[in-house]
Ligand binder design. Structure first.
Ligand code: APR
Length: 320
C-alpha cells in the first residue's frame, strides 16, 4: 500500500516539528510548504538526513508551490505569524486571515479530499476562515486547540498529584486558551473525578483554580519565556494525534474546534468540543449536559469566537 501523504503548510517552528514527528512515527511522506524560499527545502533535506539514524522511511520534500500538495491525505496549516510578548492571539487576525484565504484556495485546488487541521491563531476564527475559503466539507476541516489545552491541563494536574501523565484525563470545551472551559467533574485521575479528589484531600479548590488559570494562560507563559515566538512542541504533538486518528481510523475522542450545527445550541461556527476523529474526519460531536456555571462559561467562550468571526467578516466580506 502506498504511503499516506501529509502536506504541511507553513515550515516554521511548528511546521518543522510536525515534519519530524511524521517521520519518527512513520505516518507517511511529507511535503513541507512555505512562501519563504529555501526554508522548507532546507528543513526537508535536514530531516531526510536524520532518517537513516532514526530508521524511518519517508519522502520529505520542501516546496513553495501549492501543486506539490496534490493528492495529500492530510494537510496541517501553521502558515501565518505567531504572537510576541504582550500580544493576544486575537492581535494576529488581520495578517493571518489573508494567509488563510490564500491557503484555503490552494487546498481547494490541489488537495480537496484532504483532512485539514488548522493550528494558526486566533484558532477558532482562522479554522472558520479556512473552511469558508477552501469550501471543503466542515467535517474535513478542524482546528487544533483542545488537545493542546487539555494536554497542558493534564500535565499540571499530574505534577500536582505526583502521578503519571498517562493516568490523568481532562475534558475541555470552548475557545482556545483564554476562554477555554475545563470541565473538572469530567476530568479524572484513573477515573476519579477532580471534585472527588478534593474531597479525598489530594488537592484544594484554590489549587485547582490556580491550575485552571495557568492552563488558560499556558500559551502566554511560553511566549513570555521564549520572547521570539510561541509554543511549538506541544502544539505539533497535539495536531499529530489528530492526524494519526484520522489516518488510522482510530476513532479517538479528542477535543477539537469543530463546526457545530445546532449542538450546544450553536450553529455555523467553530468551537472546541469533544469529537470522534476517524476516517470520515469529524465523525461525531459529543454533546453533554452542562450545569448552569459551565453553560455560562461556554456561552462567554462562544461569544468571544462570534466576535472574532464578525471581525473577519468586516475584513473579508466575501467569507460566509
Ligand atoms: N503561506 C505559507 N506560509 C506562510 C505564509 C503564507 N501566506 N505566511 C507566512 N507563512 C509562513 C512563514 O514564512 C513561517 O515560516 O508560516 C510560518 C510560520 O512559522 P513561525 O513563524 O515559526 O510560527 P509557528 O510558531 O510555527 O506558529 C504558526 O501557529 O500556534 C500558531 O500562533 C501561532 O499562528 C501561529 C502559527
Amino acid at each position: 500500500m502506498a504511503r499516506s501523504k501529509i502536506g504541511l503548510v507553513g515550515a516554521g517552528q511548528i511546521g518543522g516539528t510536525l515534519a519530524h514527528l511524521v517521520g519518527l512515527k512513520e505516518l507517511g511522506d511529507v511535503v513541507l510548504f512555505d512562501i519563504v524560499d529555501g526554508v522548507p527545502q532546507g528543513k526537508a533535506l535536514d530531516l531526510a538526513e536524520s532518517s537513516p539514524v532514526d530508521g524511518f522511511d519517508a519522502a520529505l520534500k520542501g516546496t513553495s508551490s501549492y501543486e506539490d500538495l496534490a493528492g495529500a491525505d492530510v494537510v496541517i496549516v501553521t502558515a501565518g505569524v505567531p504572537r510576541k510578548p504582550g500580544m493576544s492571539r486575537d492581535d494576529l487576525i488581520g495578517v493571518n486571515l489573508k494567509v488563510m484565504e490564500q491557503v484555503g484556495a490552494g487546498i481547494a485546488k490541489f488537495a480537496p479530499e484532504a483532512f485539514v487541521i488548522c493550528i494558526t491563531n486566533p484558532l477558532d476564527a482562522m479554522v472558520w476562515a479556512l473552511q469558508q475559503s477552501s469550501g471543503l466539507k466542515p467535517e474535513k476541516v478542524v482546528g487544533m486547540a483542545g488537545v493542546l489545552d487539555s494536554s497542558r491541563f493534564r500535565y499540571f494536574l499530574a505534577q500536582e498529584f505526583g502521578v503519571s501523565v498517562e493516568d490523568v484525563t481532562a475534558f475541555v470545551l470552548g475557545g482556545h486558551g483564554d476562554t477555554m472551559v475545563p470541565l473538572t467533574r469530567y476530568s479524572t485521575v484513573a477515573g476519579i473525578p477532580l471534585p472527588d479528589l478534593i474531597k479525598m484531600g489530594w488537592t484544594t479548590q484554590a489549587k485547582l483554580d490556580q491550575i485552571v488559570q495557568r492552563t488558560r494562560d499556558g500559551g502566554a507563559e511560553i511566549v513570555g519565556l521564549l520572547k521570539t515566538g510561541s509554543a511549538f512542541y506541544a502544539p505539533a504533538a497535539s495536531a499529530i494525534a489528530m492526524a494519526e486518528s484520522y489516518l488510522k481510523d482510530k476513532k479517538r475522542v479528542l477535543p477539537c474546534a469543530a463546526q457545530l450545527t445546532g449542538q450546544y445550541g450553536v450553529d455555523g461556527i467553530y468551537v472546541g468540543v469533544p469529537t470522534v476523529i476517524g476516517a470520515g474526519g469529524v465523525e461525531r460531536i459529543v454533546e453533554i449536559e452542562l450545569d448552569r456555571s459551565e453553560r455560562a462559561e461556554f456561552d462567554k467562550s462562544v461569544n468571544a469566537v462570534k466576535g472574532l468571526i464578525e471581525a473577519c467578516r468586516k475584513i473579508a466580506p466575501n467569507l460566509g
